[in-house]
Design a protein. Structure first.
Length: 461
């Protein structure tokens, strides 16, 4: 839990999640012994002989009732928590040996749409594509079903089939997992090929189990064992979600604030973490070098960034280059610079070809210990970091090379160069301000709050 919080604070990559049968068994899907009885076999060997002679269609008809959740609209608390953590960017890659649709149903329930996650089914996807797809920035969340999938009618059931499935993708998967940490839940790691993939990834292995750690892992210095009843799938992810704070994603209500923050017509603004990051851009020099971060506001439809002169003097005199989430470089123009404050916002036009929903603005007073998220598109730490607004009073801070600057709000979060102009949003994905300064190794970071500059957005053309 503490490790996940620290990753978010500094913007490090999340661990890859490896799920095994323990995740499905807790939801009510039977274990292997139940499957033997289901098909009239008394041992695993007898089951393998039985299933090996069946065609893909015969396997599907036989096993669909056993594997499929009969109430896809009913998502268990554990799967709801896992999908919510994915939606909140605490996890981005899930490897699973399960064939059932429980995870996909949960992701849909969390309003992660197909643009937000990629389902990769081993046996269907060409192995050569795996490294590209697993490491691509978009879609952010990737789910790899290593033993196949029920609805694709492509499933590895026997040891020989499982071994062949893993052998086909092992080279590409090793490259995609290089240096990544792995969180193992509901899986024993007794499968030699999967164990080899995890151990050779090179990162830390967080092995969770309700009872014990297998002997073959106890002497490995990269393994961090977490053992206890709380490590069962349902309880583990439910408690993680409760501790880390992300709420199940729902339709967000328009925020109430000053007149400029209240659209006269209904707008479609970001409601998920992926919508949020799609609305975040990097602003670049004429040669395409990212300088700082900005974001698209839904209403009025603008790109906003920190107008600090140390950033703006690096842009072109007439047009500014922006880099969007899919790495395209687009050109836009400056509308106006609000220069009454050293960090007054720079307002830019949204290019017509940049089709994103944008972010809402909220200028209401802050609540104590407000959880906020920072989206960064330039510099050393691109991605999402999180923190708390613990102190509601504005501060005066000495900012090099400007001097004393007032009207700033402190956030218990860490940012790196390139975060200047990064939007600070609450759990409803509403903008509460943007980053203007901070330290790379310790909090706080400093924000220019939205209520200080929102009224200046009304006159933009």
């Amino acid at each position: 839990m503490q490790d996940l919080k620290q990753r978010r604070e500094v913007g490090d990559l999340p661990p890859v999640v490896l799920l095994g049968a323990g995740a499905s068994v807790e939801t009510g899907i039977g274990a292997m012994v139940d499957l033997f009885q289901f098909v009239g076999c008394t041992s695993f060997e007898q089951f393998c002989d039985y299933i090996d002679s069946r065609s893909a269609s015969e396997r599907y008809r036989l096993l669909s009732r056993f594997l499929q959740s009969r109430q896809p609209a009913h998502v268990t608390p554990g799967y709801q928590a896992l999908s919510t953590l994915c939606a909140a960017a605490y996890f981005d890659t899930i490897l699973t040996t399960n064939l059932d649709p429980l995870l996909e149903d949960a992701l849909s329930h969390a309003r992660l749409w197909r643009k937000d996650y990629l389902l990769l089914v081993n046996g269907i996807i060409q192995p050569d594509w795996l490294k590209l797809l697993l490491t691509a920035q978009s879609p952010r969340v990737k789910v790899l079903k290593m033993h196949g999938d029920l609805f694709h009618r492509c499933m590895a059931w026997t040891p020989a089939e499982m071994d062949r499935f893993l052998a086909d993708i092992a080279p590409q998967l090793k490259l995609a997992l290089a240096a990544r940490d792995v969180l193992v839940v509901g899986y024993s790691l007794r499968d030699e090929r999967i164990r080899e993939l995890v151990l050779e990834a090179g990162g830390t292995i967080w092995y969770t189990h309700p009872d014990s750690v297998p002997d073959f892992l106890t002497s490995n210095e990269k393994v961090r064992a977490v053992v206890g009843k709380e490590c069962k799938f349902e309880r583990l992810f439910t408690e993680l979600a409760q501790a880390l704070g992300p709420r199940p994603t729902t339709e967000a209500e328009p925020t109430v604030g000053e007149k400029v923050a209240q659209p006269t017509v209904a707008i479609q603004a970001a409601t998920t973490m992926d919508d949020f990051m799609a609305s975040v851009v990097a602003l670049a020099t004429p040669k395409g070098h990212p300088v700082c971060t900005g974001f698209v506001l839904a209403d009025p439809r603008l790109i906003i960034t920190d107008g600090y002169s140390g950033n703006t003097h690096q842009f072109g005199s007439e047009q500014v280059s922006i880099i969007i989430a899919d790495k395209r470089h687009l050109r836009t123009r400056v509308i106006r610079h609000e220069s009454s404050h050293p960090f007054g916002p720079l307002l830019l036009q949204v290019p017509d070809e940049f089709k994103v929903s944008g972010l809402r603005l909220d200028v209401t007073p802050f609540e104590q210990n407000l959880l906020v998220h920072i989206g960064v598109a330039a510099g050393e730490r691109v991605g999402v970091s999180s923190g708390l607004i613990e102190h509601l009073n504005e501060q005066r801070q000495s900012i090099v090379p400007i001097g004393d600057v007032d009207r700033l709000i402190a956030i218990e979060a860490v940012v790196a160069p390139g975060a200047s102009g990064a939007p600070v949003v609450d759990d409803k994905m509403a903008v509460r301000g943007f980053i203007v300064a901070g330290s790379t190794d310790r909090p706080p970071s400093l924000m220019y709050p939205a209520y200080r500059w929102a009224s200046n957005l009304a006159i933009t053309t």
